[in-house]
Design a protein around this ligand. Structure first.
Ligand code: MAN
Length: 524
């Protein structure tokens, strides 16, 4: 580029000549705007508010509000200086940077007075061209691989669709089987229930009879004891009659005291047969049993312990129960083994009893009902399995795998990356996790949430709702997705506590629209 001064009429205007384009234009004006700077007529500010003599253009005095009269000087604060940067990319800079001593344009045109800069456009342009070439080559090769991924993705989608269709058929079939098995089960259970009803009635009658017999026996025992205590046979038990029997000497001091009598008689002075049966005898029974050696009273030491734990537990009726519990606790392993064996024998016995309990026809109906129940359960399970697989498949079919299903083939794969401390694992469309290299549990850094790129949405993925951080948020991961010849995680970081960022390169992202490098965070 060369600078020349031209006398047009009475005006002296600074022009530079772009050697490449040979177009004469005022300094700082781009070729596309050159027609707006016509030296043969007045200059109209671009905002249309003023017309000024052309000689005022680039006279280092700001006349237009929009700064358009001073493209080549720093006079207007809002002016724009255009550098042609022949050999590299043209650039617009604020005209305030003109002649400020700093090289903004690689062709040095912004520093025409300071002379601080030299033209580096060709070298820089060469570098840029090389990079562009490499990128184009990456996009070309990656693009071919992407096409392969797309075909695989389409094929996989087709397979999923036909699998879903066949599962729909299986589901309808499994539903029909379940219905059929349910009817069979209901029928078998109804027959079983009718057959068992007769047994239930017999059992009920037997149980009632047994209860009656037990009650009668208890009454008989009570009556015998009543007669035994009622020494004058007047049909009443008095304090004196109780005092006469050592059985009621609870503390074994040789005397049946007033308190000891009160324990049995309660609030009444004397007990007739009805009161005796209902209130008195139940309190006496353990003492009669003790007398017969049917159970032992607790030892003194134990009595003290019990007093500490449960001071108001005075009823000797409970002694026996506690003794049994204690015995159970102290059982030796050998005893346990024996008990298990006994239990097993008991179960066998019960089974035998059940087997023997029913006549052959009833047993047949029970067996049929058991089988019908098992068949129904397995039909239910089969339906659930089909439904589960279908749901998973349908979720997959609904996922957004990119403009042409480009990323579909990556679903189901996982990619690892290790830094000094952790191994990160990205399973696209599923989840991201982190595992300390020194060992320890895996931490989920987020589950697939969706595409999250600013601009081109397929340029980033978001995984959120990961494991909660102690005293902090749930972990989440932002994944930059860029073009690369291999699918791999290439960087991992934690820019904020519990917020992670990975770079994932893949041929699936080799589209012209997709950025070739992660977009810096502050531009998101
Ligand atoms: C673990 C890791 C880290 C995280 C801390 C938060 O050590 O998941 O990435 O910063 O927990 O407590």
């Amino acid at each position: 580029m060369i600078n020349i001064s031209l006398k047009i009429g009475s005006m002296l205007v600074l022009f530079n000549i772009n050697v490449l384009s040979e177009i004469l234009r005022p300094r700082g004006v781009s070729i596309s705007k050159v027609s707006l700077y016509d030296p043969s007529t007045e200059f109209t500010c671009f905002d249309g508010l003023r017309k000024i003599p052309f000689k005022y253009v680039n006279d280092d005095y700001c006349d237009c509000h929009d700064g358009t009269d001073e493209p080549g000087t720093p006079a207007c604060p809002n002016g724009v200086f255009h550098c042609t940067n022949a050999g590299h990319k043209p650039l617009n800079i604020p005209s305030s940077r003109v002649n400020d001593g700093i090289c903004d344009c690689c062709d040095a045109s912004d520093e025409y007075l300071t002379g601080n800069c030299s033209d580096t456009c060709y070298v820089l342009g060469e570098e840029a061209r090389q990079q562009a070439k490499q990128r184009a080559e990456l996009l070309r090769q990656g693009g071919e691989l992407r096409q392969q991924l797309i075909s695989r993705g389409k094929q996989m989608k087709q397979e999923k669709l036909s699998r879903a269709q066949s599962l729909e058929r299986d589901k309808a079939e499994a539903e029909a089987v379940k219905k059929e098995k349910e009817i069979l089960k209901q029928e078998a259970e109804a027959a079983e229930s009718v057959a068992l009803e007769a047994y239930r009635l017999v059992e009920e009658a037997e149980r009632e009879k047994k209860q009656e017999e037990e009650k009668a026996q208890e009454q008989q025992e009570a009556f015998e004891h009543f007669q035994l205590i009622d020494s004058n046979q007047d049909g009443k038990i008095t304090a004196a009659e109780l005092e006469a029997r050592q059985t009621f000497d609870q503390n074994k001091d040789g005397v049946v005291s007033e308190d000891e009598v009160k324990f049995f008689l309660g609030i009444v002075e004397e007990a007739d047969w009805d009161h005796f049966l209902a209130e008195v005898y139940p309190r006496m029974k353990p003492f009669f049993m003790m007398e017969k050696g049917l159970f032992q009273p607790p030892s003194e030491q134990k009595e003290e312990d019990d007093a500490e734990h449960n001071s108001d537990q005075e009823n000797p009726e409970e002694w026996g129960e506690e003794e049994e519990e204690k015995e159970e606790e102290e059982e030796q392993p050998e005893d346990e083994e024996k008990e298990h064996k006994d239990d097993a024998e008991q179960v066998d016995l019960e089974e035998d009893e059940t087997k023997q309990k029913y006549d052959a026809a009833t047993q047949g109906l029970i067996d049929d009902a058991d089988k019908a129940r098992a068949d129904f359960e397995s039909a239910e399970r089969a339906l659930r399995d089909v439904e589960r697989e279908l749901k998973h498949l349908q979720e997959g079919l609904e996922k957004d795998y990119g403009p042409e299903d480009d990323f579909s083939a990556l679903d189901g794969e996982c990619f690892e990356y290790s830094d000094r401390e952790y191994t990160y694992k990205l399973c696209p469309f599923d989840q991201v996790s982190q595992k300390p290299r020194s060992g320890g549990a895996e931490t989920r850094l987020g589950s697939w949430s969706g595409w999250a790129g600013a601009g081109d949405k397929y340029s980033a993925m978001m995984y959120d709702q990961g494991q909660s951080c102690w005293n902090g948020p749930q972990r989440s991961t932002y994944v930059d997705v860029i073009c690369g010849l291999e699918s791999a995680v290439t960087t991992a970081s934690e820019p904020n506590r519990c917020e992670y960022r990975l770079t994932f390169t893949t041929p699936a992202a080799c589209r012209a629209e997709q950025p070739l490098e992660p977009i810096p965070h502050d531009e998101l």
